[in-house]
Design a protein. Sequence first.
Length: 104
Amino acid sequence: MGTFISCCCVDCSQCQYFPKDCQGCSKIQGKAFWLAFTGEKVCNIYQCCITVKNFLHCGQCDELPCAFFTQAHDPTKTKEENQEILAQQLTILRNLNNDSNKAK
């Protein structure tokens, strides 16, 4: 199976729950199984990026990093691990946006 990247730049294909419990946000329209733990109906990042702003990925947003990104964290990881993951996501998203701007 190939790489499967979500709009927030999480590599879904590297997740232990993919594809059995979760097929990735684009397939499940941001309704991830872990939302049962947060009380949300749809992932806030997915909702904002895909549904509201109609972007392909968050790298297209001038507000990156927004509160959705800076407040999101994986409770199974340390604060430092979450910060490192966020930094990696932001770098990739900004590069995606720069690449798409060059193609125009």
